[in-house]
Design a protein around this ligand. Structure first.
Ligand SMILES: Nc1ncnc2c1ncn2[C@@H]1O[C@H](COP(=O)(O)OP(=O)(O)O)[C@@H](O)[C@H]1O
Ligand SMILES: [Mg+2]
Length: 619
């Protein structure tokens, strides 16, 4: 990559030595670039560490890579993490100061659902009512309740406020009982990581002081999407005296309000609490003129003060049906790939192209069409969480979870159900009862893992060797044998990537790092055309973007329409569209189908999205 010359404004920000700073600037103005340049500079001068906080594991990885490209040794002076990763490490390092006896295990959403269901079953006033609900109503109830539980935690509503803030008594009880249930299993959820780290820091000023001194500089990217819990963790680390905090963000790209995020933490709280110097960047280095002109009509960006070097392409297309839309998009991709386009060095390849949509389901038709044309593609992920699918790898993983956390009867039950045994209270008992000899060996080996993971590598290798020496009779099909082998190979990669990143290994920390998506091997990012929701594409870019499914009710989402034109939800949809459009570097194609088939089989007419600029105002 050729060396980028920072503009004088960018250079000024990248050279800031200390003090609070807020960089508020539009998409593509180089915020992330400047943040990374400043981190590089600070890492070179401090004897302690710069704390760099980003929003996904992928974004963390990118920062680490860029630092390493400049100078490997810079990595010794930077701690790059997501808020969740940071909080997990705070809790793990100070477990004695928490209410946990051993490091709790992180429960993912599927686990939380099961815990909540158990909680309801065990709350006499709710059981009858819950049993009377249909399958669909139960699903919706669980989903809503889990969301509310998350919001209580993300909004840092502590117990003394609970009564005042959560009016619904049933919800309050459910929340408290759910927590008790989680405690009994020594389990925490993602939101607990933040809440517990926050409580730990405010209840133990000495520990907070330790972090304050270890991290003399703090830099946060995409700060428009901070939620209260994250902001409070930041406050708890810095206290009132530490002001070397830089936030970088763009209010118009705030898209996580449904998760309790709000740009007011960056725009108002940070300004009030830290009194930062405020910087703006008015250039745009990402997108061509046609794309920015279009974006401007959506969010009324301030005029940019540079002449954009490329004209670019920004086109709307209307199709008859989603199938025709998919065909049209894939045909366009085929004719673009292999050609030269304005403003792009070299020949366009599949990986320069992204297809974006408001929701994942809209991408299904595109995926089908790509498959039938044999074109390479992959779904972009944020690098969160991991799940195995073969029975053997799942069994090993579950046994590892129970081995790390003996209080965890939920996963012990899950293990029993997939290996076909019951009524066990311990792993040894499960091993004793399993009939299948291969599974028995897999679970037995997991039960012998050491707390410090010293035998992890040899254990996984042992299982891989078992597989190498097995024969087809052990498995139902050759495909299954391949899948199992592939998954243990993958587990080995997870382990190696974790072991490289820490100095002290522990089984529970390894499994938590896996749940946090911190161990995913970098190579798990695919090749080819990117399929992504707008949310997942945050902070990223592609040379050519197809934005599909731009019909009213799909984007904006029907729920936002229900809330009305002036609702927060609708403003978020507008921000979402702004994010989508500004991912494109050179060419942007926006399309929608005029009809969609409803689940009951009828065709329904679809309108062009009301978020798009009026047709007569274009060009
Ligand atoms: N001064 C510059 N010269 C050339 N390219 C730049 C400059 N600043 C930023 N870029 C490029 O512009 C693109 C957008 O930058 P990025 O930092 O991702 O923007 P933001 O975070 O504001 O959306 C990236 O490809 C980046 O490398
Ligand atoms: Mg950015």
């Amino acid at each position: 990559m050729c060396k980028i010359r920072l503009s004088s404004k960018q250079q000024e920000i990248a050279s800031l030595k200390g003090g609070a700073a807020l960089v508020r600037a539009s998409a593509g103005s180089g915020k992330t670039l400047v943040l990374v340049e400043r981190i590089k500079m600070l890492a070179g001068v401090t004897r302690r560490k710069v704390l760099a906080i980003t929003f996904t594991n992928k974004a963390c990885e990118e920062i680490r890579t860029r630092l390493a490209e400049a100078d490997e040794s810079l990595l010794d002076h930077v701690f790059v993490a997501t808020f969740h990763g940071l909080c997990e490490s705070i809790i793990e390092n100070h477990i004695a100061a928490t209410r946990f006896v051993i490091m709790p295990q992180i429960f993912t959403d599927d686990d939380r659902k099961k815990i909540l269901e158990e909680t309801i079953e065990e709350t006499p006033s709710l059981t009858q009512w819950y049993r009377g609900l249909s399958e669909k109503e139960r699903r919706e109830t669980l989903y809503r309740a889990l969301n509310t539980i998350s919001l209580i935690k993300r909004s840092v509503i502590l117990d003394d406020e609970l009564f005042r803030v959560v009016e619904d008594e049933q919800m309050r009880n459910l929340y408290l009982n759910y927590r008790e249930q989680m405690d009994s299993l020594n389990a925490i959820d993602f939101d607990d990581l933040l809440l517990n780290a926050y409580q730990l820091l405010i209840q133990n000023p000495k520990i907070a002081d330790l972090y304050r001194r270890s991290f003399p500089y703090i830099c946060v990217d995409e700060a428009q999407d901070l939620n209260k819990a994250q902001y409070m963790v930041l406050r708890a680390i810095t206290g009132n005296e530490h002001k070397n905090v830089m936030l970088v963000g763009d209010t118009r790209q705030s898209i996580y309000a449904f998760n309790g995020s709000s740009s007011e933490y960056m725009d108002e709280c940070f300004v009030k609490d830290y009194n930062p110097a405020v910087y703006n960047l008015t250039e745009n280095y990402r997108s061509a003129k046609a794309i920015l002109d279009y974006a401007q009509k959506i969010e009324h960006d301030e005029a940019l003060d540079v002449t954009l070097p490329y004209i670019g392409v920004c086109k709307e297309c209307v199709y008859n049906t989603p199938c025709e839309e998919a065909q049209g998009v894939v045909d366009d991709i085929k004719s673009l790939v292999g050609t030269e386009i304005e403003g792009y060095d070299g020949i366009l390849s599949y990986s320069d192209i992204a297809v974006l949509a408001r929701n994942k389901f809209v991408l299904g038709k595109i995926e089908g069409q790509l498959k039938s044309c044999n074109l390479p593609y992959y779904y972009k992920t944020t690098g969160a969480g991991w799940e195995f699918s073969s029975t053997a790898a799942k069994a090993f993983d579950l046994a590892m979870v129970v081995r790390a956390n003996p209080y965890d009867r939920l996963h012990l039950d899950m293990l029993q159900s997939i290996v076909g045994v019951d009524s066990c209270k311990t792993l040894d008992c499960v091993v004793g009862k399993i009939e299948d000899s291969f599974l028995k060996e897999v679970v037995r080996k997991a039960s012998l893992l050491k707390d410090d993971c010293d035998n992890m590598f040899e254990t996984i290798n042992f299982i891989l060797n078992l597989l190498r020496n097995s024969n087809a009779f052990v498995f139902k099909s050759a495909d299954e044998a391949l899948a199992v082998f592939g998954e243990f190979e993958l587990l080995k990669h997870h382990w190696v990537s974790y072991a490289k990143s820490v100095t002290n290994h522990s089984l529970s920390a390894f499994r938590n790092a896996m749940s946090l998506g911190k161990t995913a091997p970098a190579a798990s990012e695919g090749n080819g055309i990117i399929l992504s929701t707008v949310h997942t594409m945050k902070g990223q870019q592609a040379v050519v973007v197809f934005l599909v499914g731009m019909d009213e009710g799909t984007f904006p989402d029907y729920r936002a329409i229900r809330k009305g034109r002036n609702s927060v939800e609708m403003q978020q949809e507008k921000n979402n569209l702004y994010v989508a459009i500004t991912r494109a570097q050179r060419q942007l194609y926006i399309c929608y189908p005029q009809r969609r088939v409803m689940p009951w089989g009828d065709w329904s007419a679809r309108e062009r999205s009301s978020l798009l600029p009026p047709l007569e105002a274009r060009q």
